[in-house]
Design a protein around this ligand. Structure first.
Ligand SMILES: C[S@@+](CC[C@H](N)C(=O)[O-])C[C@H]1O[C@@H](n2cnc3c(N)ncnc32)[C@H](O)[C@@H]1O
Length: 511
C-alpha cells in the first residue's frame, strides 16, 4: 500500500457508475416538491468522482462549470481524458481532499456533490470536507451527500471489521486485493458454519454475505475493504454538517417522497406527529431500516408559498426518454414492490408517449377531465424520473450551448463501447444529464453516425466486432451458437432499435 491512499483501497479501480442525484437540474423537482426554492447552478464541484462518469456527463450535457477531484491517479486519468475529449468545462484533478479543499484558486459553488465518500474516509477528511463546504458553498447553494447509515447497517459493522481484519492479517503479503477479498469471504463462511451466537442474534448477516459474494469485486473492494467504514446515523451527519450552516432540504431519492410505498399507515401517523424535521428523519430511518441515505442539504432554506410552489412546479418541462411501452408501472419502496394505478399513471405515460416536451401544468390541464389531479401528475413525475423514464428539460438556449460537448463525449463513449460494456450512459444536451443507453444501442448509434440504418448491415457490423473479441451473445441466458442465429438475433435487436429507440435518441440529440 502506498502513502497517498490514506488507507483507502487503491489497488483496484472503481466501477463506471452514473448517479443522477449529482445532476443539479434534477434537484429542481425534489426541491419544488418539498416546497423549497431550488438554486440556479452555474458552478459545481464533485468530491471523489471515481471514474468521473457523472461529473463528465453533467459537464458535457450542460454549460455548468464543474470542478472535481479524486486522488486515485488511475481514476483521474480516465476522467481527465473524457473531459479533454468533450471540451466541456470540467476541471478534474487527482488531489487528495486536504490538498484540493485548501486551494485558493477555486470559485464558490452553487452545488457540491459527494457520492459514496462520507462513510469511507477518516474523521480528519470529514472535517476537511465540512470546512470546504462552509467556505465554498454559496449562500442558497446545495450539498448532495450520500452515505451508509444506521440502523440498517448496524449488524454489519462488526462483520465489515472482521472481513477487513482478515484481509490485512491472514492473507499472504503481496497477494492481490481480489484473493484477499475472496479469502476473507471464505473465512466468514467458515465462521457462519460453526453457528456463532452473533449470527444467531443477527440472522440477516448470512444473507448479506452471500449477496456480497455475488457482487462485482471492484465494488466490494471499495465498499468493504477500506480502513474506514463508518455507517453514520442521520443525526450524527446533521451534527457534522452544522458548522457549514446547512439545513436538511429533502431526500435525493425521489421515491422517498412517496409515503405509501415506504411507510405503513401507522408509521405515517407516528411520523406526522413529530414536528422536528430532523428527528422525523431519524425515526423514519428506524421505520424503513435505512442503510443508505441520499440527501440534499441547503445553505439557507427558502420555503415557497403554496402558490409559488404550484406555479414553479407547473412551469417544469418534462420529456419521456423511453418508449412508452417500456415504462414500468412497478415501483419499489421500503415496503417492497407496488404497482401504480394504470388509470392514473398509465394515462400519464400515454400522454407523454408522443415524446413532445410538456410543462407539468399543461400535462395536468390535459388530464383533468380524466379525473387526474395535479398532485398525481407531480407524483408521476417523481416516480418516472426516479426510474430514469422522464427527464426535466432545461432552457432551449442552454440545450443549444451544450450540443457540441455532448456530441464529443458521446462519440468517445460510443468508440469505447466497441470493446467495453460500461458505462451504459450517454450525455443528452436535451436533458442536461445522462440517459441510459445500453452497449448494443451505443454500437447501433455508432452505425447510424456512419450513415448505416439498415438492420441487416447493422447486425453484420456488430457480429464482426463481437466475434473479433470472442464475445458471446446470450438470449434468455443461453449462448446463441451459430453465426446465422446470432445475425438473426442482432437484426431483430437492430430493427427494434430503429423503430422504437432511434426516434427518441434523435429527440435527445444522441444521433
Ligand atoms: C466508493 S468510491 C466512489 C466514487 C464515485 N463518487 C462513485 O460513486 O462512483 C470513493 C472514491 O473516493 C476517492 N477518495 C477516497 N479518499 C479520498 C481522498 N482523501 N481524497 C480524494 N479522493 C478520495 C477514491 O479514490 C474513490 O474513487
Amino acid at each position: 500500500m502506498t502513502d497517498w491512499t490514506q488507507g483507502y483501497v487503491a489497488d483496484i479501480a472503481y466501477t463506471y457508475g452514473y448517479y443522477p442525484e449529482l445532476n443539479p437540474l434534477r434537484l429542481k423537482l425534489a426541491f419544488l416538491n418539498a416546497g423549497l426554492t431550488p438554486p440556479e447552478v452555474g458552478t459545481a464541484c464533485e468530491l471523489g468522482f471515481g471514474q468521473g462518469i457523472s461529473v463528465n456527463l453533467h459537464a458535457a450535457a450542460t454549460v455548468t462549470k464543474w470542478h472535481g477531484t479524486d486522488f486515485n491517479p488511475a481514476h483521474a486519468a480516465f476522467a481527465q481524458n473524457l473531459a479533454a475529449q468533450s471540451g466541456a468545462s470540467a476541471h478534474l484533478v487527482d488531489q487528495a481532499f486536504d490538498e484540493f479543499c485548501t486551494r485558493q484558486d477555486l470559485p464558490e459553488f452553487d452545488f457540491i456533490g459527494l457520492h459514496g465518500i462520507w462513510s469511507w474516509v477518516s474523521d480528519e477528511n470529514r472535517r476537511i470536507i465540512v470546512d470546504f463546504i462552509r467556505r465554498k458553498l454559496k449562500v442558497g447553494g446545495v450539498l448532495y451527500i450520500s452515505y451508509n447509515t444506521q440502523p440498517g447497517w448496524a449488524a454489519m459493522v462488526p462483520m465489515q471489521e472482521l472481513l477487513s481484519a482478515h484481509a490485512d492479517t491472514m492473507s499472504a503479503d503481496g497477494s492481490g486485493i481480489v484473493p484477499r477479498i475472496d479469502g476473507a469471504l471464505d473465512f466468514a463462511d467458515r465462521l457462519l458454519a460453526v453457528n456463532p451466537q452473533f449470527a444467531q442474534s443477527n440472522p440477516q448477516i448470512a444473507e448479506r454475505l452471500s449477496h456480497i459474494k455475488k457482487q462485482n469485486r471492484h465494488y466490494v473492494a471499495h465498499e468493504y475493504f477500506n480502513n474506514e467504514w463508518y455507517p453514520m446515523s442521520f443525526r450524527s451527519v446533521s451534527e457534522w454538517l452544522a458548522p457549514a450552516k446547512l439545513s436538511w432540504a429533502c431526500s435525493a431519492n425521489l421515491i422517498d417522497a412517496i409515503d405509501v410505498v415506504n411507510l405503513t399507515k401507522e408509521q405515517q401517523v407516528l411520523l406526522d406527529d413529530i414536528p422536528d424535521p430532523l428527528f422525523r428523519q431519524t425515526v423514519r430511518d428506524f421505520c424503513v431500516n435505512q442503510q443508505f441515505r441520499r440527501d440534499y442539504w441547503v445553505k439557507g432554506r427558502q420555503p415557497l408559498s403554496s402558490l409559488d410552489q404550484i406555479e414553479h412546479l407547473k412551469a417544469l418541462r418534462l420529456l419521456l426518454v423511453q418508449p412508452g411501452a417500456d415504462v414500468s408501472l412497478k415501483v419499489r419502496g421500503s415496503l417492497g414492490e407496488a404497482t401504480l394505478q394504470t388509470s392514473v399513471y398509465g394515462v400519464i405515460v400515454d400522454s407523454l408517449s408522443d415524446h413532445c416536451i410538456k410543462t407539468l401544468g399543461d400535462l395536468a390541464a390535459s388530464l383533468e377531465h380524466k379525473g387526474i389531479s395535479f398532485s398525481q401528475v407531480v407524483q408521476g413525475a417523481m416516480v418516472f424520473m426516479a426510474a430514469g423514464a422522464v427527464a426535466l428539460i432545461p432552457d432551449s438556449s442552454e440545450v443549444l450551448r451544450a450540443q457540441s460537448s455532448a456530441r464529443s463525449i458521446n462519440d468517445q463513449l460510443i468508440r469505447r463501447a466497441r470493446s467495453h460494456n460500461e458505462p451504459s450512459f450517454l450525455a443528452s444536451p436535451m436533458t442536461g444529464g445522462a440517459v441510459s443507453v445500453s452497449r448494443f444501442h451505443q454500437l447501433f448509434l455508432g452505425e447510424v453516425h456512419r450513415g448505416v440504418e439498415q438492420p441487416k448491415a447493422m447486425a453484420k457490423a456488430l457480429l464482426t466486432l463481437l466475434k473479433s473479441q470472442g464475445v458471446r451473445l446470450l438470449k434468455e441466458s443461453q449462448a446463441i451458437e451459430t453465426d446465422k442465429d446470432i445475425l438473426k438475433e442482432l437484426e431483430r435487436q437492430a430493427s427494434k432499435f430503429l423503430a422504437d429507440y432511434l426516434p427518441i435518441y434523435r429527440i435527445l440529440q444522441l444521433a
